[in-house]
Design a protein around this ligand. Structure first.
Ligand code: CA
Ligand code: CA
Length: 414
């Protein structure tokens, strides 16, 4: 009997102790970094409650948030650190954003502190109830330099998590007690590489078979330049339309992608989509030049044709899919028959009319069944179709040996 009473008391104490002393746990993360201008960088500070069901609640009482960053990013200008949006009610937001130059006693030489001081504690019962497993934005912060751009060096953003003061601390009402629940091991920075990227220019030199004559183009034309991941599924990470100069044969694309290997992919309105050579190109270290005209091997699968001294991408892909075949040839043939003007997409050589010269280019490539060469194998990803010039009904068999007698295809989405 005595033992039973003792055990009962022990269990009751254990339950009471458990219910009242379990701290909430959380992840405090920096993410969604974005260079919104060459001299403006923004990022989110987010908190997520991670032990719902163990801790009965997470009543956020307040927090102070401190980072170190490399001073060199200011690029000769002066930095400012300004809060943007927050999910917290205004009285719960950290205050007094400021920048402090570290000394030998406060931090590593050559670093600034980014500071956000604690809010006024609201009192138990008046704190902010964190939802379970849902990221709450403490603040989106904006870092600006008065220089025209940041220096292209790593920002080296790191949490200040330990002495010397000041460092990051999080408080919650546990029961009714305002409690330091800080766990530096769950403070993270989730911005891959976390470089401040000054935009840089990719210049591509491109020959287009139909337009090329004596190593220049008969006229200017626009091309689309895609920057794609070098790893499967080779996602499009950036893209743009650029005018291709008829003399220099160059077109440019400005990007701020983080340093890494990427494929450069060219699409022209009536030519075959062409990828840069296997392995991808090391972008992100300043301006970059890529020459599709210097060698067949500059294109994935050597998918270029020499015209004069210029390697060119194949012309004659009228419907914008991944092959030059009878479907394309039928369109050129129809327009030749109708004396279509040079503004037509079937005009491959850029002169004033669709005629036998255009037909000859398309027929040569259709007979060879020129197809897009890329690292993923045969067919391009379905998503690429959104960039196609036209979509055609493909339910009609391709009759290579009898190209001129095929029936005209149905335009599904002209
Ligand atoms: Ca085609
Ligand atoms: Ca023509």
């Amino acid at each position: 009997m005595k033992t039973t009473i003792f055990l009962t008391i022990a269990v009751v104490l254990l339950i009471r102790s458990s219910a009242h002393s379990q701290n909430p746990t959380y992840i405090l993360d920096v993410n969604d970094g974005a260079l919104v201008a060459p001299n403006i960088f923004e990022f989110d500070i987010e908190m997520t409650w991670t032990n719902s069901g163990v801790a009965s609640n997470f009543e956020y009482a307040g927090g102070q948030y401190f980072f170190n960053i490399d001073t060199a990013i200011k690029n000769g200008g002066t930095l400012s650190y300004i809060p943007q949006s927050s999910d917290l009610p205004s009285n719960m937001r950290p205050r007094g954003p400021s920048i402090f130059l570290n000394t030998v006693t406060t931090g590593p030489p050559g670093t600034y502190q980014l500071r956000l001081a604690v809010n006024t504690f609201p009192g138990a019962g008046s704190g902010f109830n964190m939802p379970s497993n849902t990221a709450i934005k403490i603040y989106r912060m904006r870092l600006t330099t008065t220089s025209t751009s940041f220096a292209n060096v790593p920002i080296n953003l790191n949490w200040r998590n330990a002495l010397p003061n000041p460092f990051t601390k999080i408080f919650a009402y546990v029961g009714t007690t305002n409690t330091d629940i800080s766990t530096p091991l769950t403070h993270s920075i989730s911005i891959p590489g976390f470089f401040v990227n000054v935009p840089y220019t990719i210049t591509t030199k491109i020959g287009i078979e139909g337009l090329a004559m004596n190593n220049v183009h008969l006229r200017k034309d626009s091309v689309k330049i895609f920057i794609r991941d070098s790893a499967p599924p080779y996602q499009i990470l950036d893209s743009g339309t650029s005018m291709l100069d008829s003399v220099t044969l160059t077109a440019t694309k400005v990007t701020a992608l983080t340093p890494g290997n990427y494929y450069i992919v060219i699409k022209h309105r009536n030519s075959l989509e062409t990828w840069s050579k296997p392995g991808g190109e090391p972008l992100g270290n300043g301006n970059y030049f890529y020459d599709f005209t210097s060698s067949a091997s500059q294109a994935y699968g050597n998918n270029l044709i020499l015209k004069g001294n210029t390697y060119c991408i194949y012309s004659g892909n009228i419907n914008g899919d991944d092959i030059i075949d009878a479907e394309d040839l039928i369109y050129v043939d129809n327009d030749v028959y109708n004396y279509a003007p040079g503004t037509n997409i079937t005009n491959l050589n850029g002169d004033q009319i669709v005629d036998i010269e255009d037909l000859a280019i398309c027929e040569k490539n259709a007979r060879a069944l020129r197809i897009v060469q890329w690292p993923g194998g045969s067919l391009l990803p379905a998503g690429d179709l959104t960039f196609r010039t036209r979509n055609f009904n493909s339910n009609i068999s391709k009759d290579v040996g009898d190209m001129f007698t095929g029936s005209k295809k149905t335009i599904v989405n002209p």
